[in-house]
Design a protein around this ligand. Structure first.
Ligand code: ADP
Length: 223
């Protein structure tokens, strides 16, 4: 395994991006940059950004492109991302975000874009059972047999359902995925960067598929 990669992970809500990103980030020794996590941290801290984003996120809408582009440009300019690379999770989500990312990464271009494919019916089931640690963001799947209150195995924080994992907000996010984010698959396919990976099955089954897709492609060595 060669450390370092500049990777984008695309896929529907509930496709398993967050879970795979934690593993890939350890495997390739690069930071996992999740725009959803960055926004949730801002909401928790009550910053200006958080106040603006909370309502949009709870309704399942998209935060304006210019705000998101600014956040990501700032994050990938940091030394860890510049020297080792990064995994982008949740960005880009629209064609204007992808075009802006091309400009931001002109000197150190993206190596590969993985599209984690999971059918809509299956992600709906996964999202209904999704629970998350309020403090560290670790994801869990509810079986209905958990002891309540439910504490995180990793940090001891409260495990809850995300406020935007209501049926209405989930359906809105999935519709927005089809209309705004799916065009990126064609965008990156045309650019010769796309790898489509089957995201069905357990996380342990999916990880080696993603790693094989990444390792099968040429990567610009990290300096
Ligand atoms: P999900 O993939 O389940 O929608 P995320 O954690 O990736 O969850 O994002 C949560 C919310 O944060 C999104 O519904 C959206 O409101 C906002 N968000 C995250 N990334 C972006 C982005 N790149 N552009 C616009 N909004 C975003």
């Amino acid at each position: 395994m060669i450390p370092g990669v500049r990777l984008i992970l695309l896929g529907r809500q509930g496709a398993g991006k967050g879970t795979q990103c934690v593993r890939l980030s350890r495997h390739y020794v690069v930071p996992h940059i999740s725009t959803g996590d960055i926004l949730r941290a801002a909401v928790k801290e009550g910053t200006d950004l958080g106040l603006k984003a909370k309502e949009i996120m709870d309704e399942g809408g998209l935060v304006p492109d210019d705000i998101m582009i600014g956040i990501v440009a700032e994050r990938i300019a940091k030394p860890d991302a510049r020297s080792r690379g990064f995994i982008l999770d949740g960005f880009p989500r629209t064609v204007p975000q992808a075009e802006a990312l091309d400009e931001i990464t002109a000197e150190q271009p993206i190596d590969v874009v993985v599209d984690l494919e999971v059918p809509r019916e299956l992600v709906l089931q996964r999202l209904a059972a999704r629970r998350v640690c309020q403090d560290c963001g670790t994801n869990y799947t509810a079986t209905g047999r958990e002891k309540m209150p439910w504490f995180c195995d990793v940090c001891g924080g409260d495990v809850v359902q995300r406020t935007d994992d209501t049926e209405e907000a989930i359906n809105r996010r999935l519709d927005l995925y089809e209309s705004q984010t799916r065009p990126l698959i064609e965008y990156y396919d045309k650019g010769g960067l796309l790898e489509v990976v089957d995201g069905t099955g357990s996380p342990d089954e999916v990880t080696p598929r993603v790693v094989a897709a990444i390792d099968g492609r040429p990567r610009v060595p990290v300096p």
